[in-house]
Design a protein around this ligand. Structure first.
Ligand SMILES: *[C@@H]1O[C@H](CO)[C@@H](O)[C@H](O)[C@H]1NC(C)=O
Ligand SMILES: *[C@@H]1O[C@H](CO)[C@@H](O)[C@H](O)[C@H]1NC(C)=O
Length: 297
């Protein structure tokens, strides 16, 4: 009896894994737009897609860095692969439309939209100063509104192709993190918007998948230097920081399998998120504790 039950359970688990399996061949020839692709996770996302045979349009503000990423893509993927770039500032809503138009024109359509860019801002306490309010404007425009504008301009193209939207989010979009209040809020906002949009898609039988990627601490150059500037680099030795390249691969797999949500690194991010609902004060205490430098120095 028990043996049968265990066999059935094992079969279900293995079956689930099998169904969930990622087939890189499906990405061959896919037309992908990646924002914030000049450094960090976005750059690594471009390299993996290139290696899987996708066609790419990458964007960020700095042309010379984008050119470098493109030439690295040629090494990782096909020498004559279709890799394009367009420079754009995501604080400018008209350029979000330009970027989508340019991607559709160069790639001949769009299958996957990877929303990944963020504005780099210093960590700090929220004191309600004019400087803080200026930061709020930038963060709201770049981290939140630009995602919705890009999605809106790409909607008809994605719907036609039964495409995918991949939203790179953060644990800070599920559990509030001190010293990044505006950032945390923009990430919560993305979670709210795209969760509602996903529901609308299902209600009107629109076959666009939305994958929300809840990322923990990833050891990108920007993350490391931001923490160092704020005297929080001790966190890097206390907490496991995942490699940007591994994070990028998890994001691509999540999108390719049309998952609604992925967590990376799974255990640390998933457990914090579960604790948020079960034991909010405990997780808040832990977060305060690890964000207090004097506990380590
Ligand atoms: C915003 O983008 C548009 C279209 O790309 C461009 O014409 C305009 O000059 C940009 N505005 C600013 C303030 O950079
Ligand atoms: C808020 O403003 C104060 C004073 O200008 C600054 O020290 C602090 O770092 C700012 N916080 C953020 C999150 O920008």
């Amino acid at each position: 009896m028990w043996k049968k039950v265990i066999a059935v359970l094992l079969g279900l688990i293995l079956g689930y894994w099998f169904l969930d399996d990622f087939d890189p061949d499906h990405l061959k020839g896919k037309r992908v737009l990646i924002t914030g692709a000049s450094t960090g996770i976005g750059e690594q996302i471009a390299y993996h897609y290139a290696a899987f045979g996708a066609k790419l349009m990458i964007t960020s503000r700095r042309e010379n860095v984008l050119q470098e990423v493109i030439s690295n893509c040629r090494e990782r993927g096909a020498k004559d692969g279709e890799y394009y770039y367009v420079t754009a500032d995501m604080a400018n809503m008209s350029s979000t439309e330009q970027v989508i138009k340019e991607a559709v024109k160069k790639l001949g359509g769009l299958d996957i939209l990877v929303l990944n860019h963020i504005v780099i801002m210093p960590l700090g306490e929220w004191r309600g100063t004019p400087q803080n309010l200026t930061t709020l404007e930038q963060v709201t425009d770049i981290n939140y509104k630009a995602y919705i504008h890009l999605t809106s301009h790409a909607l008809s193209e994605l719907e036609k192709n039964k495409g995918s939207i991949i939203v790179v989010n953060s644990l800070a979009g599920k559990v509030a993190i001190p010293f990044v209040a505006a950032y945390s809020a923009s990430k919560f906002a993305l979670d709210g918007f795209f969760s509602a949009l996903r529901q609308e898609f299902k209600m009107r039988n629109c076959d666009i998948s939305i994958t929300s990627c809840i990322m923990g601490l990833i050891g990108t150059e920007n993350a490391v230097s931001q923490l160092a500037q704020f005297g929080q680099d001790y966190l890097l030795s206390v907490m496991n920081q995942a490699r940007p390249s591994d994070a990028a691969l998890a994001i691509i797999k999540g999108g390719a399998t049309r998952s609604r949500e992925i967590f990376f690194p799974y255990m640390s991010v998933r457990s914090s998120y579960l604790l948020r609902d079960w034991l909010p004060e405990t997780i808040e205490y832990v977060i305060r504790y690890i964000n207090t430098p004097s506990h380590y120095i």
